[in-house]
Design a binder for this molecule. Structure first.
Ligand SMILES: [Zn+2]
Length: 275
């Protein structure tokens, strides 16, 4: 979808176009508020814009009953660290891909390390945007991070396996180091020599593992024919990523509507000619 929390500008643009996309009204209004802040609107303007958005898209919007909600959203948006985050892509260098590729471990483990590397870069960029801090260490963990790792890595677990067991195995190999409070030190990242070249550009943060599959030419993964994002091949008809499929089918519907309108018009003209 919108690669939340990394592509909030994209998210806000969808909201502006279509209205709320979920039941998380508060959450989506906060995104919208941050968006208005990012384009230079002041406190009063943001309040007005959010109110008119609510009037337009919330059926039962009422200034009095929604007073508290609006205040919560505005209070959140006002805080300095709550800025709109938009990370379009993350670059991977040749050294990084080669290092992971050279390890004597299963593809699945490599894919997981690759995903950890990308998430580490994303996380750093995210903190830089929100807090202005540059963190030189490489740690992973906290909150819902392991769930994110499982889903975006596309690693398929065998029975009796789970993400924590695999992390434990990678720690035994010295590639990771288990720390306190659910954190893991990404020891392997420290082994990779830094460079500035770009070997891969990761844009879809919900399918990070698929980039590694594509790079290593695994079966059942290919590039979207429209935007080159890696996709899972589900059938012979798999051609486009979810985003492009939606856009293409919208275009086709419009095209169809145009054609049928033209047909109807021609029919009318012919009908007139006959009479
Ligand atoms: Zn696409």
């Amino acid at each position: 979808m919108y690669n939340y929390p990394y592509k909030e500008k994209d998210y806000a643009e969808v909201l502006l176009k279509k209205g709320f996309t979920s039941n998380h009204i508060n959450h989506e209004l906060k995104i919208l508020g941050k968006y208005y802040k990012s384009v230079g609107k002041d406190k009063d303007e943001i309040k007005e814009l959010i109110e008119s958005f609510c009037k337009k898209y919330l059926k039962k919007y009422n200034r009095v009953t929604h007073f508290k909600m609006l205040n919560t959203v505005l209070g959140y948006v006002e805080k300095e660290e709550n800025v709109l985050v938009q990370i379009d892509s993350v670059n991977i260098t040749n050294n990084e891909v080669e290092y992971i590729g050279s390890l004597d471990i299963d593809h699945m483990y490599k894919k997981l390390l690759f995903t950890l590397l990308v998430l580490d870069k994303l996380n750093k960029r995210y903190n830089e945007i929100r807090k202005g801090t540059v963190d030189l260490e490489h740690y992973f963990g906290g909150g819902a991070k392991y769930r994110e790792l499982s889903s975006t890595s596309h690693v398929k677990f065998k029975r009796s396996q789970n993400i924590h067991i695999i992390i434990g195995e990678l720690a035994k190999l010295g590639l990771l180091e288990i720390k306190n409070k659910g954190f893991v030190k990404l020891s392997f990242v420290y082994e990779i020599e830094e460079s500035a070249d770009v070997k891969m550009v990761i844009k879809d943060f919900q399918n990070i593992g698929l980039y590694y599959d594509l790079h290593t030419e695994q079966d059942k993964v290919k590039q979207c024919e429209c935007c080159e994002t890696p996709i899972k091949v589900k059938s012979n008809r798999s051609k486009y990523c979810d985003n492009c499929s939606v856009e293409i089918s919208n275009e086709k519907n419009k095209e169809y509507a145009r054609k049928s309108m033209k047909k109807a018009r021609n029919k009318n003209v012919k009908g007139l000619e006959k009479s």
